[in-house]
Design a protein around this ligand. Sequence first.
Ligand SMILES: Nc1nc2c(ncn2[C@@H]2O[C@H](COP(=O)(O)OP(=O)(O)O)[C@@H](O)[C@H]2O)c(=O)[nH]1
Ligand SMILES: [Mg+2]
Length: 325
Amino acid sequence: MLTDVAGEILRGSPRAAARLITWLENEDPRAFPCMEALFPHSGRAYIIGITGSPGAGKSTLTDKLTQAIRSSGLTVGIIAVDPSSPFTGGAVLGDRVRMSQLSLDPGVFIRSMATRGFLGGMARATGEVVKVLDALGKDIILIETVGVGQDEVDIIGIADTTCVVLVPGLGDAIQSMKSGIMEIADVFVINKSDRSGADQLYTEVATRVEQDHHIKGRPWLAPVVKTVAVNNEGMEDLWEKIERHRRYLEASGEFMERRRERTGRETLRMIHHEIFRLVRRQLEDTGEMERLVGEITDRKRDPYSVMKEVLSGWLKQAGPAKEAS
Ligand SMILES: Nc1nc2c(ncn2[C@@H]2O[C@H](COP(=O)(O)OP(=O)(O)O)[C@@H](O)[C@H]2O)c(=O)[nH]1
Ligand SMILES: [Mg+2]
């Protein structure tokens, strides 16, 4: 049976979606039954990651790309994962300003999330929000994320198509190659192509992609697209490349393969998080945590045997699937 909020989301209510996302962020137990009810209605949206350094123009690009997608008649959900902004319950101010036109469009849903304060990690939280927007009926979901820490790289694993945004003059390409972001790119975007050095960066990246293609035998040759997001230039081209990648994924069977991998990761992550939450709550509520930490700090105990003891004690007491909420 559908809960009210889930039912409203399936009827397309952005307010209900916003409420559920807040529950997810607060780990409010009301989120569980809603997510269960929505799950069968998710899995339809196509998910696009937009990643790159702060200031690369990701928000501007997301805004303009969304306009291009909207003009083809599809609806869009945007998740801006912004490590620098505290969570405000809505769009972060900077993004709201840049995406002001979009916020008036009922075919677009925008949500910003700060990366701090999620016990279960950003990737898990983002994966859940994706499902909500999917169930809300959005055709395309864009995730804007800064491509730095491990957790952000993990977020990229949520996307069907990942676009890596580079800009001339920041040594960005080299940085990205080191951090492994290059490996994850399905489409490269050279934004701020109005700046000098754009052609050089384009050649650098295209050459690198060709080399990888030949050396590592990658079946997909990641295209490189030049854009000037502020002037709305290159958006049709970018959208066309993304759609081409989608067709490639679907035709090659990689689409289902990637989604299976993701489902496995997400399920494990969810189990991991739930066990962590339950064990932690019990240890903290009983005061046992404090006692154990004291003993370990004083070298009366070691954390390895404590870990084994806590786990086996918890498993005995919890039994199979007891107290799952
Ligand atoms: N010259 C130029 N500036 C741009 C371009 N795209 C975005 N910007 C500017 O770059 C700055 C950072 O953009 P923003 O979208 O906030 O970047 P984000 O941090 O990656 O989301 C803003 O002042 C934008 O107006 C572009 O193609 N050319
Ligand atoms: Mg931004």
